[in-house]
Design a binder for this molecule. Structure first.
Ligand SMILES: [Zn+2]
Length: 65
């Protein structure tokens, strides 16, 4: 059995009482992120290092050169 994790944004920790949350399936776990922080996951995932396993190895979706 896996422990029940309360749904909260992986970036800011806000829950569904405060903000809509988008579910993420990742490494067999259900994670949540809010719309405000979805761009962080897309463009700057290393900011989630320590909150999201392996985030330091993720690559941003695109670059703005
Ligand atoms: Zn958030």
């Amino acid at each position: 059995m896996t422990a029940t994790t309360p749904s909260a944004c992986i970036a800011c920790g806000r829950g569904p009482d405060d903000i809509p949350l988008i579910p993420l399936d990742y490494q067999g776990a259900r994670l949540w992120i809010c719309p405000q922080h979805l761009p962080v996951l897309i463009h700057d995932p290393t900011q989630l290092t320590g909150r999201l396993a392996g985030a330091e190895h993720m690559r941003p979706a695109d670059h703005h050169d």
